[in-house]
Design a protein around this ligand. Structure first.
Ligand SMILES: O=P(O)(O)OC[C@H]1O[C@@H](O)[C@H](O)[C@@H]1O
Length: 298
């Protein structure tokens, strides 16, 4: 499916959309580093109405590429559009399958709730992670909560504030132009971690590059022990092997993603159950009770 099929036809029915689905696959690697472009008849004919405000935006670029029928060069759609299209697709699939209410956990961006036309309750995984810190990390009050990038600072600092713990941030200097450059981006630590236990908090680990690179930096800066506390352990590709070979001492994830296979291959992995949170949310929705108590994690 071409991405502009989604944008250009607001009146397109769900069924017509699904009929097209699968004809063209947009891979994450095609879009998150949109440096490759290829001229094609399809792209040359692309309508400016198919892009937001008549422009196409590259991954990190703030410079819009104005679409014109006169040019034979067109950028591939960027990561932000990929996320929006994939997110809307998943929302439509769930709705068309008959769902009238969605209960989810720790959306990467709370605004993703806007993809749905039905009620969405976005539970926090933080309360579970916070309980783990309090009950399973010795002398946790002396430890430091670390956000592995600026994007996760609010999430991590809210845990630090809630537990009265110090906070540190890893700043990534990354203006990559090629996917290989992402490995070389400079990481800078803001905060003091020497001789301390560090707890890296993030919403998800996919390739595990973020947490393994963070752990390497933290150990280099003198950290004694490094935990990663992650809500969604996707752990795709060789993520487990990277974790096993990394400076991470423990990786704690919830079972929002099945972890049985990961656990067999990763002795560092600790899995926390969040089934009871979903069960309670479903029970409350069923009985028409308020869910607000489930959103309080302090
Ligand atoms: O580095 P990997 O594990 O691939 O990706 C996880 C990171 O990508 C971000 O969206 C997440 O918030 C997290 O910081």
């Amino acid at each position: 499916m071409q991405l502009d099929d989604w944008n250009s036809s607001p009146t397109t029915t769900h069924n017509a959309r699904f009929a097209n689905y699968g004809k063209h696959t947009v891979n994450r690697s095609d879009t998150m580093d949109s440096t490759k472009s290829e001229p094609s008849t399809r792209q040359r004919n692309i309508s400016s109405a198919s892009m937001t405000n008549g422009t196409a935006h590259d991954n990190d670029s703030s410079t819009p590429c104005v679409l014109s029928k006169d040019t034979s060069f067109q950028p591939r759609p960027g990561y932000k559009q990929w996320v929006a299209q994939a997110g809307k697709l998943v929302a439509d699939l769930i709705t068309c399958a008959g769902a009238d209410h969605v209960i989810t956990m720790e959306l990467h961006d709370p605004q993703y709730q806007g993809f749905f036309d039905i009620p969405v309750d976005n539970l926090y995984g933080r309360s579970t992670l916070k309980n783990f810190i309090q009950n399973s990390i010795p002398n946790y009050g002396q430890a430091v909560i670390v956000s592995p990038d600026a994007g996760g600072a609010k999430r991590a600092s809210s845990i630090a504030d809630g537990l009265g713990m110090p906070f540190a941030l890893i700043h990534k200097e990354r203006r990559p132009t090629k996917i290989t450059d992402r490995q070389n981006s400079t990481m800078m630590l803001v905060g003091d971690v020497a001789n301390r236990t560090c707890i890296v908090v993030d919403d998800l680990a996919d390739t595990s590059n973020t947490i393994t690179r963070a752990a390497k930096l933290l150990k280099k800066e003198g950290a004694k022990t490094v935990y990663a506390l992650i809500t969604h352990g996707v752990l795709s590709g060789d993520a487990i092997e990277k974790i096993n070979a990394s400076h991470l001492d423990k990786v704690v994830v919830t079972n929002s993603v099945p972890q049985e296979e990961h656990q067999k291959r990763c002795p560092k992995l600790v899995v926390l159950d969040v089934g009871h949170l979903f069960a309670e949310a479903i029970r409350r929705v069923h009985h028409g009770e308020s869910l607000s108590v489930l959103f309080q994690y302090d």
